[in-house]
Write a protein that binds this ligand. Structure first.
Ligand SMILES: [Zn+2]
Length: 270
């Protein structure tokens, strides 16, 4: 009984904090921490509140997932659900900057490795690590309650699963894919923009290993994090119905207008 009362008091305390945050009462430390972004025109405390009240799902904690997680953590996104089932390996370290030599030596999972650093990067936000291989059976549970999902994967099969889940549940979804020195990205809003299957009805052939350098994953991961911040705050023009293609080696950057496919098996009916 005493335990129930205690839990209830804790729950009330948490609720009070959430309500205060929704009403915009940041601590002095938070106001100081985010002061340089709050002063951006159109951002303000209101933009910071939108980030603080948001939950973002990040699928993959590798080359793209590392910069996405770091930059969303430092920006003050309130809750980050980080998902991966693998452990860091030495061949990951040229690009997966959240994982260090000591994490490989310890044999811990990528989400554990990422979570302890992200808590040190920003202790005012909540990190929810989920060491799980996402399947069609568990994806609803893994990403329950998220406002937006970020694709930080390196394989189209799980990407399609993520796409289908987001379309079904009307959750915006930021996609990026990288290889070598080049990459692509787009922001998908169910019912408004083309989905991944509209753009790529046939998945590219799967490669067990492909070349990649850290700067490419870093550049596109940061662009993905920027898309999330724009979508959450309502600032600027996200890459909706636009596919950005970029090559760092020759500085070829192009944005292509893309359309929905009425024949799409996943979003054509929306
Ligand atoms: Zn579609």
């Amino acid at each position: 009984m005493a335990l129930i009362v205690k839990c209830s008091l804790i729950a009330k305390h948490i609720c009070k904090e959430v309500i205060e945050l929704k009403n915009g009462k940041f601590s002095d430390r938070e106001l100081e921490r985010y002061s340089r972004q709050i002063m951006i025109e159109g951002f303000g405390e209101n933009g910071q509140r939108k980030l603080a009240n948001a939950t973002v799902g990040i699928m993959g904690q590798g080359g793209l997932g590392s910069p996405v997680s770091i930059y969303l953590a430092v920006a003050g996104v309130g809750k980050l659900v980080i998902v991966d089932y693998q452990s860091p390996e030495i061949s990951n370290l040229n690009r997966q900057i959240l994982h260090w030599e000591e994490d490989v030596e310890k044999g811990i999972s990528k989400v554990e490795s990422a979570a302890w650093k992200m808590k040190k990067i920003n202790s005012d936000i909540e990190i929810i690590p989920k060491k799980v291989k996402v399947t069609n059976e568990n994806i609803e549970k893994v990403f329950a309650g998220v406002d937006i999902v970020v694709d930080c994967l390196d394989d189209f099969t799980p990407r399609y699963m993520l796409n289908d889940f987001c379309i079904k549940n009307r959750i915006p979804f930021v996609h990026a894919a990288v290889e070598g020195f080049h990459g692509q990205m787009t922001t998908i809003v169910p019912g408004e923009t083309p989905c991944l299957r509209c753009l790529f009805p046939i998945p590219p052939p799967k490669k067990s290993t492909f070349p990649i350098i850290g700067v490419t994953a870093g550049a596109f991961g940061i662009l993905e994090a920027a898309e999330v911040i724009k979508m959450l705050t309502g600032l600027g023009n996200p890459l909706k119905s636009k596919l950005l293609i970029g090559d760092l080696l020759y500085h070829f950057w192009e944005t292509i207008e893309v359309c929905r496919a009425s024949s799409c098996t996943v979003c054509g009916h929306l």
